[in-house]
Design a protein around this ligand. Structure first.
Ligand code: FAD
Ligand code: NAP
Length: 489
């Protein structure tokens, strides 16, 4: 009996999500030939796709390739240091990595150390889960002035991403402007304004902790091109800003007058978010709240309907001195309203600008289709269009939006497409494939030393030990060289 015929499944979609273990009949597979799957990228998308395939098809063998010596993508390099609970997903990924049919090969950049064509020869299935590694740019004059950083680089800096370890942001001025009204913007504001004693207990890197301790920033203005009804951040992150010790929220009542009547008809999450914004902006504080506000030495605010036109240089022309914004008007309604620039401008004086307008994926190899306009690999339910045997999941599949749970759902959807194609016979898995053995020989010729999961566990334990000495969950290694040294001990 063929592998395809043995694969009997009955997945069910429940409210757009995969119900755990929903009616799946396990496959007997002892005599099956292996289906060799190669996953590119070890962030949530890579691990969740691997998990689903390994759980629901006992003949799959999954090799996860990762460009860094360490796994977990944005869970390590994106999620804010003061959100340790979010990082608990690492425990689930670790269980997957420990399965005998799963291997991790870090320090291998696909597209550079090994080509897609070589991987296609070695595996039956390729899953592209390599995320979004760059950021959108504003495309305005002055964007490259010292003192202007992408939010992505700033996040990478405080989270220990090797390429950003030397960012050394200039935090010597009192006012910072963040462009973008997403959750990354709120992460940036919170890290800039958090009391240092809170940050000291997190896994923020030692050098950024020191820089933030000496930072002069005490005012953060978060600028968005649309209005309160169109903000992209969520209520939990807003609440954290409002409750940030030592920091007052300055929301302009004029931005919220007249919105009360709209709120009642909004879908629940946005309704609750709006209610909190309106309450913060319009209701006068009394008692403990008033004391909290009065004692605050730092502040943050939201500026609406302002689109960046230009970064204004400082008087000596050496660095950022401010930002020029176009006042916008909104065309259309609710979340789909579009910001149109008007003739009116506003200048904000500041010494730091963080542009937090979203991440961006890029093509990995000319042989993989890529939609430059949308910044995604064109796909149908994770099947890469016109590329049999290739699948994609995560941010490179659907764009740089969505939390880990969203990424989990779309990764399960992709894994499901793979399993369906095996079952229907669309995916030919009859040929014997060499898998990692073939790639290992190529990497050896090229002088590349992959890091195994146990290599990562040595790095992990070294970081945790270093962290314990200073009361932190871990002290991250900051260079690939150090990571390789520890992994190869
Ligand atoms: P990634 O996590 O980016 O993983 C991609 C992986 O591919 C990386 O490890 C990368 O190194 C690797 N890779 C790239 N190129 C190659 C290559 N050529 N060869 C081999 N490997 C390669 N979600 C939450 O639920 N809670 C949060 O608190 C939260 N905070 C966030 C904070 C920030 C700053 C950001 C940007 C996102 C945050 N998210 C959060 C969203 C969450 O991180 C994403 O939904 C998720 O990480 C996307 O997963 P991914 O696997 O597609 O991409
Ligand atoms: P995002 O949610 O897409 O927000 C991007 C913001 O930038 C939007 O306000 C957008 O405004 C604005 N923007 C885009 N282009 C612009 C331009 N040219 N000029 C001015 N403004 C522009 O992206 P993100 O903040 O990078 O977050 C990415 C994903 O990660 C999101 O899904 C987020 O929820 C998730 N994340 C979650 C957490 C968490 O759960 N704690 C933390 C961080 C990130 P428009 O709406 O007008 O386009």
């Amino acid at each position: 009996m063929s592998v395809a015929a043995l694969l009997t499944r009955s997945w069910r979609r429940v409210s757009g999500c995969w119900a755990p273990g929903a009616g799946i009949r396990r496959l007997s597979s002892i005599a099956d030939p292996e289906i060799k799957v190669c996953v590119l990228g070890s962030g949530p998308a890579g691990f969740y796709t691997a998990q689903h395939l390994l759980k629901h098809h006992k003949s799959t063998v999954v090799d996860i390739y990762e460009k860094l010596p360490i796994p977990f993508g944005l869970v390590r390099f994106g999620v804010a240091p003061d959100h340790p609970e979010v990082k608990n997903v690492i425990n689930v990924f670790t269980q997957t990595a420990h399965l005998s049919r799963c291997s991790f090969y870090g320090n291998v950049t696909v597209g550079k150390d090994v080509s897609i064509e070589e991987l296609k020869q070695a595996y039956h299935v390729l899953v592209l889960s390599y995320g979004a590694e760059t950021n959108r740019i504003l495309g305005i004059p002055g964007e490259n002035l010292p003192g202007v950083y992408s939010g992505r680089a700033f996040v990478g800096w405080y989270n220990g991403l090797p390429e950003n370890r030397n960012l050394n942001p200039d935090l010597s001025s009192e006012t910072a402007v963040i462009v973008g009204h997403g959750n990354v913007a709120l992460d940036l504001a919170r890290i800039l304004l958090s009391p240092i004693d809170l940050l000291k207990k997190t896994d923020i890197t030692a050098n950024s902790l020191e820089a933030i301790e000496n930072s002069k920033v005490k005012r953060v203005i978060i600028v968005g091109r649309r209005g309160p009804l169109q903000v992209a951040f969520t209520i939990k992150e807003l609440r954290e800003m409002i409750k940030l010790p030592g920091t007052r929220s300055l929301l302009d009542p004029n931005d919220f007058e007249g919105l009360r009547h709209v709120v009642k008809d909004l879908p629940r999450p946005r309704k609750r978010l709006m209610e909190l914004l309106i309450k913060t902006a319009l209701e006068s504080n009394a008692g403990k709240e008033a004391e909290f506000q009065a004692a605050a030495t730092k502040e943050w605010s939201l500026r609406f309907q302002r689109s960046p036109l230009e970064i204004i240089p400082s008087n000596d022309g050496e660095r950022v001195g401010g930002i020029r914004l176009s006042v916008t008007k909104l065309k259309g309604s609710a979340e789909s309203a579009v910001a149109i620039q008007t003739e009116d401008v506003e200048d904000l004086e500041c010494g730091l600008v963080l542009s937090s307008i979203g991440y961006k994926s890029h093509p990995i190899d000319p042989s993989v289709p890529f939609d430059q306009q949308q910044g995604v690999i064109p796909n149908k339910l994770g099947r890469v269009l016109h590329a049999p045997g290739m699948y994609c999941s995560g941010w490179v599949k659907r764009g740089p939006a969505g939390v880990i749970a969203t990424t989990m759902n779309d990764s399960f959807e992709t894994a499901e497409s793979v399993l369906e194609d095996v079952q229907s016979g669309i995916l030919d898995v009859s040929a014997l494939k060499g898998g990692y053995k073939v790639i290992e020989a190529l990497l050896k010729q090229r002088g590349i030393c992959p890091v195994s999961f146990s290599g990562w566990e040595k790095i992990d334990s070294s970081e945790v030990t270093k962290g314990e000495k200073v009361g932190k969950p871990r002290e991250k290694l900051l260079t690939v060289k150090e990571m390789l040294e520890v992994a190869n001990q």
